[in-house]
Design a protein around this ligand. Structure first.
Ligand SMILES: NC(=O)c1ccc[n+]([C@@H]2O[C@H](COP(=O)([O-])OP(=O)(O)OC[C@H]3O[C@@H](n4cnc5c(N)ncnc54)[C@H](O)[C@@H]3O)[C@@H](O)[C@H]2O)c1
Length: 261
């Protein structure tokens, strides 16, 4: 199910959380994976895990906001694995501590927008250029915060993830209209227990312990638990696979019911 045999994928922010799990599940499904991250050691660790399990992967340092580096990454994918079929624009920052628009700074806004939205634009632009002959799948990790606003979530995070949602649709329509066989979809996770969330203790609301934070967040998910990175990685693998061949411009919401309330 959801086989991605013979596909070559780039996963940004692949050194941690959702990016790590997505890299590992894609590799388990048969894909060759280029794991990139601004944290070089973390990316290398993910690639090592994949190789230890018999998969194909290598890691690269990449700051996704650096336009020139995108060329290096797609060239490395082509030289090592021969092509590019899948791009997962996953790298992102949470913007914890900037939840109050009155106290937030323009500098914080610009920083979050550059990583969470500008870089997704850069990734889409490069992937369309590379994939337009043979086709492919671009998967942009947005959030439930790209659909609804949330308590404790800052203006830049909400705006960046909303931007990813509509950028995805624009690129999907563009590619379809020109006859490029490139599918472009966004993924909208609910709260997933990764370093991005666990480091919010003491910043979100009045919570001071990990258990309090978990309980506060669980209350907002009708399914009664937080997500784990693999919940999202399974969606990523599905969108990467040919099983999703009729999906483009879509929003895959994997949120334990967060947006159903
Ligand atoms: N965890 C959640 O609850 C949740 C919910 C919805 C959406 N998301 C989104 O999922 C994605 C992954 O988040 P996560 O929870 O796995 O977070 P994480 O902090 O565990 O991982 C994010 C990774 O991105 C990398 N990164 C940060 N800035 C970068 C840059 N400029 N260039 C390259 N890499 C960079 C980090 O080094 C890290 O390895 C993000 O886009 C996030 O907004 C997360």
């Amino acid at each position: 199910m959801n086989r991605v045999d013979e596909k070559v994928a780039i996963v940004t922010g692949g050194g941690s959380g959702i990016g790590e799990a997505s890299s590992e599940l894609l590799a388990e499904g048969g894909a060759s994976v280029v794991v990139t991250d601004i944290n070089e050691e973390a990316a290398e660790h993910t690639a090592d895990i994949i190789k230890q399990r018999g998969g194909r992967a290598f890691s690269m340092h990449q700051d996704v906001t650096d336009e020139g580096r995108w060329q290096d990454v797609v060239e490395a994918a082509a030289s090592k694995f021969g092509k590019l079929n899948v791009l997962v624009n996953n790298a992102g920052v949470g913007g914890v501590g900037t939840d109050n628009i009155e106290e937030s700074s323009f500098e914080d806004w610009r920083n979050i927008m550059s990583i969470n939205l500008d870089a997704v634009y850069l990734g889409c632009k490069k992937a369309v250029e590379v994939m337009k002959e043979e086709g492919g799948s671009i998967i942009n990790i947005s959030s439930v915060m790209g659909i609804v606003a949330g308590v404790g979530v800052g203006p830049a995070y909400n705006a960046s993830k909303g931007g990813v949602r509509l950028l995805t649709k624009q690129v999907a329509v563009y590619c379809g209209t020109l006859g490029y066989k490139i599918r472009v979809n966004s993924v909208h996770p609910g709260f997933i227990w990764t370093p991005m969330i666990s480091t919010a203790i003491g910043v979100v609301g009045d919570v001071t312990t990990e258990e309090e934070l978990k309980q506060m967040l669980i209350m907002r998910h009708p399914i009664g638990r937080l997500g784990v990175a693999e919940d999202i990685a399974k969606g990523v693998r599905y969108l990467a696979s040919d099983d999703a061949s009729f999906m483009t411009g879509s929003e895959l919401v994997i949120d334990g019911g967060y947006t159903a309330v």
